[in-house]
Ligand binder design. Sequence first.
Ligand SMILES: [Zn+2]
Length: 63
Amino acid sequence: MVAQPVTFIVLVLLVLLIGGGCVLIRSAMRRGAAAASSVACPSCRHANPADARFCAHCGAAMR
Ligand SMILES: [Zn+2]
């Protein structure tokens, strides 16, 4: 039995949806990891490790 065009279209849409979802999830995870691993200095906006107590660039206390 030959696959019907509708079945093929549904398959293509499913692949597109799954692929788009994976890209969205990956970009969201990358954003979350970047936000968790670095904190901007309140004084000079230098990116410091999340656990830093003082800014490595200007020495200001990190919250
Ligand atoms: Zn700073």
